[in-house]
Design a protein around this ligand. Sequence first.
Ligand SMILES: Cc1ncc(COP(=O)(O)O)c(C=O)c1O
Length: 391
Amino acid sequence: MKDSFKTFLKHTAKDFYNQSVNPPVVRASTIIFKSMQHIRKTQAKAKKNPTGRNFDYGRQGTSTTHILQKILTKLEGSYHVFTTPTGFGSVFLAIFSVVRPGDEIIAADPVYSPTRILTENFLKEFNIKTIFYDPNDLKTLSTSITKKTKLIFVENPGSNTFDFQDLGKIISIAKKNNILTVMDNTWGTPYYLKPIKLGFDMAIVSATKYYSGHSDVMGGSLAVNKKVFSRVKAAEKITGLRLGPDDAYLITRGLRTLDVRLDRHRENAKKVASFLSKNKKIKLLYPFKKNSLNYRMWKKYYSGASGLMGLKIKSKKINSVKKFVNSLKLFGYGYSWGGFESLVLHQEYRETGNRKYMKLARDEHLVRLHIGLEDPKDLISDIKQALKHLK
Ligand SMILES: Cc1ncc(COP(=O)(O)O)c(C=O)c1O
């Protein structure tokens, strides 16, 4: 009998260590060998099996990071998963592995704003140009392809505006033109969508968010297929971008309840979305309204939705929007998301990045809500009282 992934998540430590339910945290810089021959033998094994657990130095990880990588490889259905000290480390590693001076990148217009800064500004200094495409009009992607294009960087859904793209179409355009693809899948995680299985070459998840789930650790994962594995492995080695064992342990612990938490985030978000959808001042940026393009694109590729949503609020009175945000009692004001708790963030215009295709009028405001694991009735009544300030 083949266990489901939900069962695997609960029992996985037993696969490695029979005597305790959880694996030990193995911290090491030096790894001790019985003899000169032993270290050479281990290195020869590592060459033959580069995804195995044949370490000769702590920078390559320890059994604790290896366990996390094994679990994530199974979750992603990928050839291998690299783990990095932050989610942004995985963004950098993906690009650094496959793009060189003189190359071009095509990226989705609504990528996470630090990803925008990296691709649009920082990489320019290394003679790498990035062109941005409209997530709602993939013709702008096709027409941006040149002989120099090496990578298409997708983030789905788009940061803050939650645009859902036709992922299958992007993959087929890339394959036809022999261009590599990477997708930032932090919003859905491979629990709801497996980009590598869909045909992407690489997939990023910020483990800081739903994987850890408790807002107490940072990390990232970069899943790869066989085609790009050696290039990413070489780049990982040269940059030293590897997750430490204590953080790997906490992320492994979080993963045991990933399915339970995400199922609840989805249920709670659906209830909040249903309430918000009745408000005329608010356009919900979440796959909720059937038959909208976003809903159809979400439905086509995802098996569920997480707890992060956007609200496009129409109001000429910016102070009333601020008052609405500041009056929420159960939604903490702060960056990040994916933890057990609800959060809110007002997106200042400048914080949405230098976007080319975003249509936001001066009387429209973006507010992001992360719907946590609290009782949804309490969340709705909190939003209800805060909405009284919105004019
Ligand atoms: C979509 C997305 N990708 C990547 C990151 C970066 O992850 P980290 O904060 O773990 O570096 C974030 C962080 O907010 C994010 O929202």
